[in-house]
Design a protein around this ligand. Structure first.
Ligand code: GLY
Ligand code: MN
Length: 462
């Protein structure tokens, strides 16, 4: 955990924003895989971690704003638990580590919430993303589960997003730790990218590295020779000479801060001319996107600038035509780059997306577009110092999408469908790093992972 002062300060700031009522944070429970005693790896709720820091199941945190009181609810272990789990520190001692002096047994939370409601106080809570938490909220507040969503606190959403978006130095240090694990994952994968090796062997090695640090992956690993499938979790293919391997993977630090890195390498260590041309476009677009990152710039503008570089690069090699700016305005580039430039990253790999993508990536000044491609931007609004962003452009050749657009006669002024036929089995290329927005610009987190054509070929050929 961080120093208790950090959690005290976070809760103090939240109270100042919310001003009245009760703020309820329910921690996560164990989640069964196939029977209750055989759960998935436990992952605490990120907002609970942010404000209360305690990383174990069945806890709740209540902040009584008017009385300036913070309470942690949970149960101390009994002798049966000790037999199976060993000694556990008392809830009182653990809560003190988060600067919380008051603790109560878990069944008391119901009473406190009921009293608050009787007194006409608002009970603020965030959107639940697990069914058991949704049911618990419904039960505590006397709501029908279907109406829980209508009672979510917009004020709390706004305040939490505002606080969690700005990472302090201690959080950045944690993120650097997650980066150094990602460095080892990615450089190991690059060295293993040889013909005859199976994708799953590389995934196993990478995830073993993460576990050896006592950590976990920050999202299900994407490692595939079919990089045109954006979130491909199938790892059963054998690597073959001439294919590209997309590796989009990362780890959580011990305190659950994420890394999310993508590299694309040629199996066997040498790009073909065609691969190199596309790779250089993506790399140039990614580097320019990173250089554009600074306070007050809208991430949608950085995305559009990146899209223009991609369109213009594809025009240079004959896959697109016409004016690159016009092509991007019309949305023609989205055939090749159908996703957004990136997202916030922190305690979640897509930070705070449980709270709602629109609340994290959009605001009154930046509304979501409904254009194909642009509509998928997770983050469009202005950046501020302390935000950590991913920058992850890509170029993909998705046969089903190419065929659909071609059949519809879509964007024939901007796309050379005939030339595209030669790229049907190309796959895809994505390159991703994690970037801190500083007072004056940006800082790429972590030790640089090979990225230029020369660096990637050198390490992959080893
Ligand atoms: N790392 C996967 C994603 O950002 O969607
Ligand atoms: Mn990402």
């Amino acid at each position: 955990m961080f120093d208790s002062k950090i959690y005290i300060q976070r809760r103090k700031r939240l109270k100042e924003s919310i001003q009245s009522g009760l703020i309820l944070f329910l921690g996560n429970e164990e989640s069964p895989m196939n029977y209750p005693q055989n759960p998935y790896h436990f992952r605490q709720d990120s907002s609970f971690l942010y404000f209360f820091g305690l990383d174990s199941p069945l806890l709740a945190g209540v902040i009584n704003v008017e009385e300036d009181k913070d309470i942690v609810f949970g149960d101390d272990v009994d002798i049966e638990d000790i037999i199976w789990m060993g000694f556990q520190p008392s809830l009182k001692d653990r809560a003190l580590e988060a600067g919380v002096e008051e603790t109560e047994p878990s069944n008391k939370v119901e009473e406190i919430v009921k009293v608050a409601i009787q007194q006409g106080k608002k009970v603020h809570f965030l959107p639940p993303y697990r069914s058991e938490v949704k049911l618990k909220i419904a039960q505590l507040l006397g709501l029908d589960p279907d109406t829980v969503k209508d009672n979510i606190s917009k004020d709390l959403i706004k305040a939490v997003v505002e606080q969690r978006s700005i990472k302090i130095d201690e959080e950045i240090e944690e993120m650097e730790r997650a980066q150094s694990i990602a460095y080892e994952m990615h450089t190991t994968a690059m060295r293993m990218a040889k013909p005859g090796v199976y994708e799953r062997e590389i995934v196993g090695k990478m995830e073993g590295i993460v576990l050896s640090y006592g950590c976990n992956i920050s999202f299900p690993t994407i490692l595939t020779i079919n990089g045109q499938i954006l979130h491909n979790h199938y790892h059963g293919n054998m690597l073959e000479e001439g294919r590209l391997l997309v590796n989009d993977s990362g780890a959580e630090s011990e305190l659950h801060y994420a890394s999310d890195i993508t590299r694309t390498v040629p199996v066997g260590g040498k790009f073909t001319q065609k691969q190199k041309e596309i790779y250089e476009i993506v790399l140039h677009a990614q580097e320019r996107a990173i250089q554009a990152i600074k306070p007050n710039i809208k991430y949608r503008d950085v995305h559009l600038q990146t899209a223009k570089i991609i369109a213009s690069g594809l025009k240079d090699i004959g896959l697109m035509k016409g004016d690159a700016e016009e092509a991007v305005k019309a949305g023609a580039h989205a055939l090749f780059f159908p996703h957004g430039l990136g997202h916030q990253i922190g305690l979640d790999v897509h930070d705070m997306e449980d709270i709602g993508e629109d609340h994290v990536g959009y605001d009154d000044k930046t509304k979501r577009s409904d254009q194909f491609g642009l509509a998928y931007l997770r983050m469009a609004r202005e950046l501020h110092p302390g935000f950590v962003m991913t920058a992850e452009p890509g170029i993909y050749f998705i046969p089903a999408l190419i065929d659909k657009w071609k059949d519809e006669g879509k964007f024939t002024d901007f796309i050379n469908y005939e030339q595209l036929e030669e790229y049907r089995d190309f796959g895809g290329i994505r390159i991703e790093d994690n970037i801190l927005v500083t007072e004056t610009g940006y800082r790429v987190l972590g030790k640089p992972i090979p990225k230029s054509v020369e660096e990637v070929e050198e390490i992959t050929a080893k």
